[in-house]
Design a protein around this ligand. Structure first.
Ligand code: CDP
Length: 229
């Protein structure tokens, strides 16, 4: 009998709705959740705090290996702790996202975080979102989704999210920063952002997250995923 827990892999660029949709799916299915970007952001945050250079591969690998992290999921949001300190807000700044994307091009860091990501796999199943979940982290995922949306809509979503969290930004600046970050993520040599060859593409432009999540749940029903309603 195959007891490997099933995985739903959701990859896509900044602001495509991965995080929100993953949370809805995990809640609806009663599965675990992995926000893989948070792991890259946690290493980035520690490096910013300790003024470690983005070129210092060995220190970033040490941080990735020993950092003490925990996640608390509520119906509305996910809280993230680094050494028992709530860093949820600190992680969301575009400075942290940008350092995360710079260090994410380092193969040694990706290897260190690969183990930590795979450790999230538990029964009854895992919904994981990121850039290389379907291609590298869980290549045998049961269902792979590549989520997209127009650049303008993605920028406007990210702008609203940051404003809601009290982070002061302008829309043109957000558009410029996320375009830069996507370009870096798409063009890097290791595990670049791209749709896995067997991923289904969902475009969330103009759609509420609940609607996109419903479409995905309909596809899951066809696969016979039992708790999908
Ligand atoms: O939420 P958002 O789309 O802004 O980004 P994130 O998922 O928090 O990821 C932050 C950065 O980490 C990305 O821009 C990627 O460079 C990197 N990342 C990655 O390389 N691989 C992953 N599986 C997840 C994130």
């Amino acid at each position: 009998m195959n007891t490997t827990p099933p995985v739903i892999a959701i990859d896509g660029p900044v602001g495509s709705g991965k995080g929100t949709i993953s949370r809805i799916l995990a809640r609806t299915l009663g599965w675990h959740l992995l926000d893989s970007g948070a792991l890259y952001r946690l290493v980035a945050l520690r490096m910013i705090q300790e003024k470690v250079s983005v070129d210092d591969s060995s220190t970033m690998v040490d941080i990735a290996t020993i950092m003490d992290i925990s996640f608390a999921n509520t119906a509305k949001e996910q809280k993230i702790f680094l050494d028992s300190v709530d860093v949820t807000l600190d992680l969301r700044t575009e400075e942290c996202g940008s350092v995360a994307s710079k260090i994410a091009s380092r193969p040694a860091l990706r290897a260190a975080l690969l183990k930590r990501q795979r450790a999230f796999l538990r029964l009854p199943g895992l919904v994981a979102d990121g850039r290389d979940i379907g291609s590298v982290v869980f290549p045998d995922a049961l269902f792979k989704i590549f989520l997209t949306a127009s650049p303008e809509e993605r920028a406007s979503r990210r702008y609203k999210q940051l404003k809601q969290k009290g982070i002061n930004v302008s829309l043109p600046d957000v558009l410029q920063k996320i375009t830069q970050r996507d370009k870096r993520d798409v063009n890097r040599k290791v595990a670049p952002l791209k749709a896995a060859s067997d991923a289904q593409i969902f475009d969330s432009t103009g759609a509420a997250p609940e609607d996109t999540a419903d479409k995905i749940l309909d596809s899951l029903k066809i696969l016979g995923i039992p708790s999908a309603n």
